[in-house]
Design a protein around this ligand. Structure first.
Ligand SMILES: NC(=O)C1=CN([C@@H]2O[C@H](COP(=O)(O)OP(=O)(O)OC[C@H]3O[C@@H](n4cnc5c(N)ncnc54)[C@H](OP(=O)(O)O)[C@@H]3O)[C@@H](O)[C@H]2O)C=CC1
Ligand SMILES: C[C@H]1O[C@H](OP(=O)(O)OP(=O)(O)OC[C@H]2O[C@@H](n3cnc4c(=O)[nH]c(N)nc43)[C@H](O)[C@@H]2O)[C@@H](O)[C@@H](O)C1=O
Length: 346
């Protein structure tokens, strides 16, 4: 188990803090694109908790961000001061592997439309959310931001990764050509309240929370885990993500993307055992190796962000426990595309 690296010296601190960050102030209007999602809803909660009461949001049925005209019209009408780009087509390993055409097309259109509109209609500060899948499949671990584009991508999510890399390039191009302080951040695997708990298209954490819960409810004594259980993943609670993103909006102004994570990873088997223990289920784990493992390891080097003075606060055990409490308290409203055991299909 890797321990979180100690914070570098004060000298390093001066290297990363921007000379004049465009500070966030509660009187500013902030458009959180994707404000109902796992990450977007956490950012919304974090800003609201800091007294931001000019928050702007729209559902995908109100404004389909793949539609350029609708996106331009919305941003032109709202004229936000700040934009957080947390809207995207998102899914786990099987969803990415099954629908690469939509993951590429939808995400390119959403981010291009949003960032073109931001530049055109005077958004003074923007943060684009990428993902740790942008890095090479066999990047040296922990993965530094400088390893971007130094090797082949993981095939199960290369379409999504290319879209995200294009988003980083769009931020850098707007900075270079228009001089706007737009930034991008690369989070590790996220989890927490508001996640997508669909059995097939979700990420591993919500998928297993639901699967162990349903196994406990149904009294079954075996649960299937996809893959071999040997891949390692790093998991950041989404409230820690939101805290990091607000910190970056206030303190970071560089073209280089920046990793956001905990610096600690576990095997999928260890994760499954933790979730089973939290849910209170005991039985046999069966590993279905017909399902893809994906990248063997995806541990981010978070020393730059740590060196700026930010640190996560939610441990994996505490995060799984609080997420499971949220899950059981919101069974009637959680996002699934099929029915939960004992509940009608939404
Ligand atoms: N989940 C994870 O593990 C990780 C996520 N990220 C990144 O964080 C960001 C958010 O991901 P996450 O919160 O997990 O995703 P979610 O699926 O939870 O939320 C995505 C949001 O995007 C909105 N959206 C999707 N398509 C459209 C559209 N066509 N028009 C308008 N809005 C749309 C949805 O709106 P609505 O609800 O109204 O339909 C939803 O609010 C993404 O950029 C993702 O790449 C990065 C690393 C890890
Ligand atoms: C954030 C990141 O998320 C995706 O990459 P990923 O980290 O591989 O995503 P994942 O959470 O779906 O899987 C993690 C591991 O877990 C194993 N696993 C076991 N059992 C289940 C299971 O039941 N569901 C899922 N989804 N995975 C399972 C699974 O086999 C794999 O080895 C990218 O597509 C992209 O979206 C991206 O950027």
């Amino acid at each position: 188990m890797t321990t979180i690296p100690s914070s570098p010296s004060a000298a390093d601190l001066s290297v990363e803090r921007s000379p004049s960050p465009a500070r966030l102030t509660p009187d500013q209007s902030v458009y959180v694109a994707g404000h109902r999602g796992l990450a977007g809803s956490a950012v919304w909660r974090a800003l609201a908790g800091r007294g931001f009461d000019h928050l702007v949001g729209a559902t995908s049925s109100e404004v389909d961000l793949r539609d350029r005209e609708a996106t331009m019209d919305f941003v032109s009408a709202k004229r936000p001061d700040v934009m957080v780009v947390a809207a995207a087509r998102v899914g786990g390993i099987l969803a990415n592997d099954t629908y690469p055409a939509e993951f590429l097309s939808d995400n390119l259109r959403i981010q291009v439309n949003l960032m073109d509109a931001a530049r055109e209609f005077g958004v003074s500060r923007l943060l684009f959310l990428g993902s740790s899948c942008i890095y090479p499949k066999f990047a040296e671990q922990p993965i530094k931001e400088s390893s971007l584009l130094t090797g082949a991508l993981e095939p199960t999510n290369d379409a999504y990764a290319i879209a995200k890399i294009a988003g980083i390039m769009q931020v850098q191009s707007i900075r270079k050509q228009y001089g706007l302080p737009y930034i991008s951040a690369m989070p590790t695997n996220l989890y927490g309240p508001g996640d997508n708990f669909d059995a097939t298209n979700s990420h591993v954490m919500p998928a297993l929370i639901r699967r162990f819960h349903e196994a406990k409810q149904a009294g079954v004594d075996e649960v299937t885990i996809w893959g071999s259980g040997t891949p390692r993943r790093e998991f950041l609670h989404v409230d820690d993500l939101a805290s990091a993103l607000v910190f970056l909006l206030e303190n970071y102004d560089s073209p280089e993307t920046i990793n956001v994570g905990t610096g600690i990873d576990v095997t999928i088997r260890e994760l499954a055992e933790t979730i089973a223990d939290v849910v209170g289920w005991s039985g046999r784990l069966r590993f279905d190796t017909s399902k893809p493992d994906g990248t063997p390891r995806k541990l981010l080097d978070v020393s730059r962000l740590r060196g700026m003075g930010w640190a996560p606060s939610v441990s994996l055990r505490d995060g799984v426990e609080s997420t499971y409490r949220w899950f059981t308290g919101n069974l009637n409203t959680i996002r699934v595309e099929d029915g939960l055991v004992g509940l009608p299909t939404h």
